[in-house]
Design a protein around this ligand. Structure first.
Ligand SMILES: [Zn+2]
Length: 325
């Protein structure tokens, strides 16, 4: 479970930051999802180790252009990829389907695969045996949603030493005991598999707010997240600007992470006005004063979301972006 930032600037691209998009790789499912798809996202994917052919879901937080305008070109290019016949599902607020139909229709673009649309509503919007995606309304100028990807708990480790000491014959019985079943051995002993399996391991939790001003809903979304990705468009000095645009300051994002009990916070969606100069260092400092486990995202930063039972501290030193990067 790994995220890669494909665009970390707001409104318009700069030399060093593209507009919003974030990839989530799920090796367990051999798939990749995108969260938002600003203009140029497919170029960013080309410059990364990611493969468009693995993409099967895109989640749109809202329909502002800097989160959306990369979609038609990306859909067209995907047709030409190896796996370009498999379906893609687009999750977004009302209007997304109209946008795609018009953009593809007037340009006579005919992707050779089905495109499914799912209009966002609060609650569980995706579920399989391994993961659940929950969506919640945020607080922005237009209808806007955040997403949490929640891995289901994993079964605990099988205690093979104990199985040996009980003289349980190796083979298919082990599989049934690992699954927690109760089995009867040939000598008549009854063994409860739960005795041989450790406690469930917690699943990983990733949350992405999209654009929002501070809100209780964002706090709830980020609850106990291993990695919370939160927009931080402005410094505190520009708070009035943030309020006008229903965007967050770094302090607002850090407060959200703190109240949510998140384990690490990555800030993104920075105003282009801070691109040069010391402002991004200041932005990081403002956030770290409230929530020390904060890092600034930059384009192509990849972060492996760690399992908690291996490492309680989720933010690794090597993940920390140098201020202004
Ligand atoms: Zn927006």
């Amino acid at each position: 479970m790994k995220i890669t930032f494909l665009g970390t600037g707001s409104a318009c691209p700069t030399h060093s930051r593209n507009v919003s998009s974030l990839a989530l790789q799920l090796p367990e499912m051999a798939t990749m999802w995108l969260f938002d798809c600003g203009e140029g996202t497919q170029h960013q994917i080309l410059r990364s180790p990611l493969r468009l052919s693995q993409l099967d879901c895109i989640f749109f937080s809202h329909l502002h252009g800097d989160h959306l305008f990369g979609l038609p070109g990306l859909l067209a290019s995907r047709s030409l990829q190896n796996a370009g016949h498999t379906p893609v599902t687009l999750f977004g607020p009302p209007g997304l389907e109209d946008f795609v139909r018009v953009a593809l229709g007037v340009s006579h673009t005919h992707p050779g695969y089905p495109i499914k649309f799912q209009v966002l509503e609060p609650g569980v919007i995706y579920e399989n045996a391994r993961f659940q995606v929950v969506c919640a309304p945020m607080h922005h100028r237009v209808e806007s949603f955040g997403f949490a990807v929640l891995e289901k708990p994993l079964p605990g480790a099988f205690n093979i030493e104990l199985a040996h000491s009980l003289n349980i014959p190796e083979g298919p019985l082990y599989g049934r005991l690992k699954a927690g079943e109760t089995v009867t051995l040939s000598d008549g002993r009854v063994i409860d598999g739960k005795r041989l399996v450790g406690k469930d391991r917690p699943g990983r939790r990733f949350a992405y707010t999209g654009d929002t001003i501070y809100s209780n809903s964002a706090v709830a979304l980020g609850l106990d997240a291993d990695v919370l990705v939160h927009e931080a468009t402005y410094l505190q000095a520009d708070e009035m600007q943030a309020r006008r645009g229903f965007h967050s300051t770094a302090q607002g994002a850090a407060r959200t992470a703190l109240e949510a009990g998140a384990h690490s916070l990555y800030l993104t969606h920075f105003s282009a006005r801070y691109e040069t100069g010391p402002q991004l260092s200041a932005l990081l400092q403002e956030a770290q004063a409230i929530f020390p486990q904060t890092a600034l995202a930059y384009d192509f930063l990849s972060v492996e979301i760690p399992r908690r039972d291996h490492n309680d501290k989720c933010l690794h030193d090597e993940d920390m972006a140098p201020a202004g990067a």
